[in-house]
Design a protein. Structure first.
Length: 86
């Protein structure tokens, strides 16, 4: 969710017309579109933010851990970031 928020903020600063978020966790798009309930403050905050941008943010669900270019790198970077948390 945080990576999606950061990507959208970056795209807005760059005045990008349309951005496609490629994700392997279905919740990224389902919370954004209201198909899933937001049951905690983290998902509620994410949904409230991203819903302001749905007119130019598109979502593309990709299979996880199957060699999709970019997705494997994203998983690796996320894992490294988690290791740095206290």
């Amino acid at each position: 969710m945080e990576a999606t928020i950061e990507a959208v903020q970056w795209a807005e600063q760059q005045e990008v017309d349309v951005i496609t978020i490629h994700h392997d966790y279905i919740g990224i798009s389902e919370w954004a579109t209201g198909k899933w309930k937001t049951n905690n403050p983290i998902t509620q905050s994410y949904a409230a933010f991203i819903r302001n941008y749905l007119q130019w943010v598109k979502f593309n669900k990709v299979a996880g851990h199957t060699g999709v270019e970019g997705n494997e790198l994203a998983d690796k970077l996320a894992g490294e970031a988690l290791k740095k948390l206290p």
